[in-house]
Design a binder for this molecule. Structure first.
Ligand code: PLP
Ligand code: ZN
Length: 430
């Protein structure tokens, strides 16, 4: 039983039934899922959530799928780790890492795809498809396998090997397009007009995007039903950024945050009042593709598309679909954005690995370097509760960190080992 009321245009407010639609017929604005929050508030509780499955589906009351049997490879319920070592390095005493790199297909995309795939099956689609910067292809192929439907995944041809293999292993039709993600996406929009396929991030997009709200719910639940003072979130399309914010605000309005009285819903009862929380939303992008952050830095209300040239391929969307909405969230939450210099991305990966034992991909390097910048500039105070979202796994972008491989090469003899160890220690100045 889901409490979805339908879809609503984010621009003109026109309402639509909960079908496989993603743009408004009248103004071409994007559609968003709306809910019957009054009914949700009557049934939802901490106890009911706690009794749910150990996946994103524990928050089913706040997700748009009607299915009793979701397409579930157990996305979500990932660790929230207190990051004492990294915190000490950065002067932050209350720092947590949300480690979403350990999802079933090794990125947060499993959250959004699980919701989109469930909706696609509900609508009767027999093919799941996507335009991907990499991780999405892996997740769509995995969920299609689980659902027993076909998968067609489109990727830029120059993707990292770990992502190509990480998608291909589930045996989808893999389409490598000679172009940027934005060109892949344009092609897919055309394809979706001609083929009856469920493109998770095109015609399923309103449902798909809702899956990211669980990144907000889960962190709040893991903190004992509190929201952080600051979050640091990597952005490509900007969708996840807006949905973490939506998730926090929903919890506040539904009275699910500890010690916070429920707030009135919007006048129509199917939007939530916001800002209902004081969390500051900080966006992390890489300098080689930072259209949203640069709009924020330059006080513009529009996003100027860019041609990506970045090591952080999973974030390389030059014309972000949710860019303006993400920009509004930065402003509404009194957050900020940072464009990480390209040569600091790998530094961020190594810093997290060496301090906390978590190996993230390039998007995570962008997040950690942004966190470092925010700590150093005083934007985050030493005792403020801060969560950095680590959204993808380092084993998928091994090319980026090959420089770390520098073993002691020895013969299988004690003398050889000792000589090698001594010379290494001498060169390290120990
Ligand atoms: C897709 C992706 C993002 C960005 O998500 P958006 O919702 O498009 O902003 C961040 N991190 C990783 C690892 C991703 O794969
Ligand atoms: Zn409209």
């Amino acid at each position: 039983m889901a409490f979805i009321k339908g879809l609503k245009c984010r621009e003109c407010g026109r309402e639509y039934p909960g079908d496989a639609l993603n743009v408004c017929d009248f103004c071409f604005g994007p559609l968003e899922v709306i809910y019957d929050y009054v009914t949700i508030s009557e049934v939802i509780s901490h106890e009911r959530i706690a009794e749910g499955p150990l996946s994103i589906w524990r928050y089913q009351d706040l997700l748009p799928a009607e299915a009793d049997d979701p397409v579930d490879i157990m996305a979500g319920y990932t660790p929230l780790m207190k990051a004492r070592n990294l915190g000490k390095r950065l002067g932050l005493n209350n720092l947590y890492i949300k480690n979403d790199s350990v999802n079933p297909s090794f990125s947060f995309k499993d959250r959004v795809v699980s919701v989109a795939a469930t909706k696609a099956v509900e609508f009767g689609y027999e093919t799941l498809a996507c335009a991907s910067t990499g991780n999405l292809a892996c997740s769509v192929a995995a969920h299609a396998a689980r659902a027993g439907v076909d998968a067609v995944v489109f990727i830029p041809a120059d993707l990292e090997r770990g992502k190509v293999i990480g998608a291909a292993v589930y045996n989808p039709t893999l389409v490598a397009v000679e172009g940027t993600y934005d060109e892949v996406n344009r092609l897919c929009s055309e394809v979706s007009d001609n083929y009856h396929w469920a493109f998770v991030n095109i015609n399923m997009r309103p449902y798909y995007a809702e899956g990211s709200k669980t990144l907000g719910y889960e962190v709040a639940e893991q903190l004992g039903w509190r929201v952080p003072d600051h979050v640091v979130v990597p952005s490509a399309s900007g969708a996840m950024f807006t949905k973490i914010w939506k998730g926090f605000n929903e919890l506040a309005c539904l009275g699910l945050l500890d010690g916070v009285d429920p707030l009135p819903f919007g006048a129509d009862q199917n939007t939530v009042h916001h800002p209902a929380v004081t969390t500051r939303m900080h966006m992390a992008q890489a300098a080689g593709c930072s259209p949203i952050v640069s709009a924020w830095e330059n006080h513009r209300n529009q996003i100027r598309p860019v041609r990506p040239d970045s090591i952080a391929k999973s974030l390389a969307i030059g014309n972000p679909a949710d860019g303006i909405y993400a920009l509004r969230v930065i402003r509404e939450s009194e957050g900020s954005g940072y464009a990480v210099p390209e040569n600091q991305v790998v530094e961020g990966i190594k810093l997290l690995a060496e301090t906390e034992g978590v190996f993230t991909e390039t998007a995570g390097g962008v997040t950690v370097s942004t966190l470092k910048y925010l700590a150093e500039t005083g934007a985050i105070g030493p005792d403020e509760l801060t969560v950095a979202y680590i959204t993808g796994n380092g084993l998928k972008t091994q090319e980026a960190v090959e420089e770390v491989v520098n073993p002691l090469l020895v013969k299988p003899m004690m003398g050889s080992f000792e000589a090698a160890l001594e010379s290494r220690m001498a060169s390290a100045g120990v």
